[in-house]
Unconditional design. Structure first.
Length: 217
């Protein structure tokens, strides 16, 4: 059983991560800006906090085994994804060295995965500009994480398939590192439920410390 601090527990992905974590018997603390307005499963603890404030992050992370960030960019400022990762790393780094610091697992984006020609997916033609900005911000967040020595913070980033949406929890998936996982028809897809399974499997196994990996059906 792990003690998990979760940011973004009310979002589409975060809610599935919360459900999967509780189903495995982990102890989850959901960090939200306003607990009075937060509706999460009663089995989870809910505390007030701000992912963009390193001091708040340190308070929420102290004594925990894993910090999970499943925050989304909203519609106004994709740069929040980069600022949040920097705040999470900064807050965790203020805690004791070594095992006293929790691991960090972040929900990444698919935009930094490689197209067949080797270019990142966010550069693909025809991507709407609002979507491209979010994809690029996820890529910038990953670029920052790649500068963080795993000896300082044991981090992992899990990029979803190109298409991720609510669906069936099959409990099965395929993994890759920097290239999208595609099916026989060339589609890259995963349900949010199976994405959560993969993320909790990573928490349980700690198999991709210091790097990004991806998942697909």
């Amino acid at each position: 059983m792990a003690k998990i601090t979760l940011y973004g527990a009310t979002g589409t992905i975060g809610a599935r991560v919360l459900h999967e974590a509780l189903g495995r018997g982990h102890r989850v603390t959901a960090v939200v800006r306003d607990p009075a307005r937060c509706a999460v499963r009663s089995a989870a603890a809910v505390v007030r906090g701000d992912v963009l404030d390193p001091v708040s992050v340190a308070e929420a992370a102290a004594g925990q085994d894993v910090v999970v960030s499943a925050i989304g960019p909203g519609t106004d400022d994709p740069a929040v994804l980069v600022n949040a990762v920097k705040s999470l790393i900064g807050g965790i780094c203020t805690l004791g060295p070594g095992t006293a610091r929790p691991r960090l697992v972040t929900v990444g984006g698919s935009g930094s995965l490689r197209a067949p020609d080797g270019s990142p997916l966010w550069q693909a033609p025809g991507v709407p500009e609002a979507e491209r900005a979010v994809m690029h911000a996820h890529a910038d967040a990953l670029d920052f994480l790649l500068t963080v020595p795993v000896e300082e913070v044991r981090w992992t980033c899990l990029s979803p398939a190109a298409l991720i949406e609510p669906g069936e929890r099959t409990g099965t998936y395929r993994l890759a590192l920097d290239d999208p996982v595609v099916d026989e028809e060339g589609r890259s897809r995963i349900s949010t439920e199976d994405y959560a399974v993969a993320l909790l499997d990573e928490i349980d196994r700690d198999a991709h410390a210091g790097r990004r990996f991806t998942v697909g059906a």
